[in-house]
Design a protein around this ligand. Structure first.
Ligand code: ADP
Ligand code: MG
Length: 273
């Protein structure tokens, strides 16, 4: 199982839009996907939930109880989504209440490892929708991730959010070097909400491309109302003809991303042999 997280310290950058669509994209390609919603706002959860599905109100909080969860507990957290080949682990608003207590737990930053250990053989990909923060939850997520995608709006606040996320990745890699583990990769910075004719967007995009070079994905997502409509009617832009322009842009971005991930997965397998 390859673990890919959509992270940015800034809210509204596109983590949920991109991660839900990427899970759908991978499933369409025939991969078995587990989508993990780690944001207490639970946007991915509403997206994947079957209409009549009853979800345990304290679902992912069970990962952060006194003792690390057993395999049977992990299995209980997993639900089937509205889509074939996508299962998901729902979040809950209650998750916000326990965040402060996480550091008091034993192995507090390794609480997601049981997921990888329990279902790593069942799924090809674990896609994680991160909360907009730089805290304890993110540290847990980065601990199990293989690669991070940073969606960002090309402006001042977007830039700050992206840099904070890169710092967090660097910090995680300090631990990995110490533990002799494979490093966490930045799979790409993805520009989102791009408005073609605004100078602010083009100036930031140009500067960030110069600064971060190949870290930035060539394809960007424009600001299109279709992406908003899609999430509000619980569909991906791939599912309705009317949203084809939005779907095409998304397809370009994900094709580029998948090529990068394929290289990473191959080099990871090589080092594991
Ligand atoms: N490219 C885009 N064009 C138009 N609206 C977008 C685009 N990307 C995201 N949005 C909208 O912006 C809001 C925030 O996006 P979201 O994916 O929820 O961000 P995050 O998960 O990072 O907070 C949502 O209402 C979403 O539908
Ligand atoms: Mg979100």
């Amino acid at each position: 199982m390859f673990v890919i997280s959509f992270a940015s310290c800034k809210g509204g950058a596109g983590k949920t839009t991109l991660s839900t669509h990427f899970s759908y994209f991978l499933a369409q390609k025939g991969f078995k996907v587990l989508h993990l919603d780690m944001d207490y706002q639970s946007a991915s959860t509403y997206f994947f939930k079957e209409p009549e599905q009853n979800i345990s109100v304290n679902n992912i909080t069970k990962l952060f109880q006194k003792f690390p969860p057993a395999k049977s507990t992990v299995m209980e957290l997993i639900y089937s989504s509205r889509y074939k080949d996508i299962d998901y682990i729902p979040s809950t608003p209650l998750f916000a209440d326990i965040e402060d207590e996480i550091t008091m737990l034993r192995d507090w930053n390794r609480r997601l490892e049981p997921i990888v250990q329990s279902v790593g053989d069942i799924y090809n990909f674990l896609v994680i929708d991160c909360p907009p923060s730089k805290g304890k939850v993110i540290k847990n997520i980065f601990q199990i991730s293989n690669a991070i995608i940073i969606p960002m709006e090309a402006d001042r606040l977007g830039f700050d959010g992206m840099q904070l996320t890169l710092n967090e990745i660097a910090e995680n890699n300090e631990f990995r070097k110490y533990e002799n583990r494979q490093l966490l990769k930045t799979a790409g910075i993805a520009f989102n909400l791009v408005e073609k004719n605004t100078i602010i967007n083009s100036t930031y995009m140009e500067e960030i491309r110069m600064m971060y070079k190949e870290l930035v994905l060539t394809n960007a997502l424009p600001k299109l109302v279709a992406y908003r409509q899609a999430l509000s009617v619980l569909k991906t832009v791939f599912e309705t003809k009317e949203w084809q322009p939005a779907a095409i842009k998304m397809e370009y971005l994900f094709t580029e991303l998948t090529e990068r991930l394929t290289t990473m997965i191959i080099s990871q397998e090589d080092t594991n042999v």
